[in-house]
Design a protein around this ligand. Sequence first.
Ligand SMILES: NC(=O)c1ccc[n+]([C@@H]2O[C@H](COP(=O)([O-])OP(=O)(O)OC[C@H]3O[C@@H](n4cnc5c(N)ncnc54)[C@H](OP(=O)(O)O)[C@@H]3O)[C@@H](O)[C@H]2O)c1
Length: 304
Amino acid sequence: MNKPSFDFKTAEDAVRGIDLSSQNILITGCASGLGRETLRALSRRGASIIALARTRAAAQQALDNVGARGTAVACDLADLQSVAKAVEAVLALGIKLDAIVASAGMMAGRSLEKRNGVELQFQVNYLGHFALINGLLDALRDGGGRVVIVSSDAALKQAPKEGIRFDDLSGDRSYKVFTFYGQSKLALGIYAAELSRRLAARKIDVNSLHPGAVRGTALNRSLTFPLNLVLKVAALFMKSVEQGAATQTFLAGNPGARGTTGRYWVDCHVATGSKYLDDRAMAQRLWDVSSRLVAQSSDELTAR
Ligand SMILES: NC(=O)c1ccc[n+]([C@@H]2O[C@H](COP(=O)([O-])OP(=O)(O)OC[C@H]3O[C@@H](n4cnc5c(N)ncnc54)[C@H](OP(=O)(O)O)[C@@H]3O)[C@@H](O)[C@H]2O)c1
């Protein structure tokens, strides 16, 4: 199979000269790091941005900082009730979404935290996005809509060797922060592959990506000594935020990316991801478990 590849170095490069003034693009995690740079690059080309951040004020600030057109929506991915409200708010806009960029993400501290019965990184990075994107599927534009999922090479390098640990999603049996970060990013990649199959008939492209190792974002804020010191030195060899946001901006806004779906991208090239991205049985199981977790939480809210 041919592997599409493009040579864009920065987010701005990735959409240079492209008119996006007719496009509505939703971005999570838009208040900092790669999400903020993606917002900046896409809005410069005229896109209207549905900006999602943990608070509405943070999302509005992200829009105002660059004079972007769009709507600010609060969405705390750790809280499925907040996610459901965000879905309602976006659907109430009555617009078609040309692209969704799932850029929000977190790396936890050393001690185990849980939400909704699962480990926090799995909840925020994966399950919150699963609930959000699935809630918005009817609003995605048929024939050309795009879903861009920011995964990581941690899905290859740090996730459990056996793939998703369905028997310990809470982390109660054994918790290692980087293993669970990797697992959350693997879950995102598997979800992207499964969603691409489910949306193929609607001609909506779904891809996941690794942005590279990027300095100057807030992702590593929980790192403690000595890892924070190691990171300071490693930062000399890492990408800038403008470079790191290139692949997700390209997939969201460049017509050259159209028609490629279900793939894993690095540096604007289709790359080889985890072997589990092709594991349909694992994808089906993950979809079923995730749907159950989301439904359970919505039942609990209704019962309150
Ligand atoms: N930087 C890298 O080297 C690297 C490498 C591979 C993959 N990635 C991925 O790239 C994406 C962007 O990360 P980044 O480096 O740009 O880090 P970042 O600056 O920390 O951006 C992540 C964003 O996610 C938001 N977020 C965290 N928890 C949230 C929650 N519960 N609800 C809603 N939003 C939440 C953060 O908002 P708050 O400020 O409110 O917390 C922040 O705006 C992440 O998915 C990350 O896993 C990054």
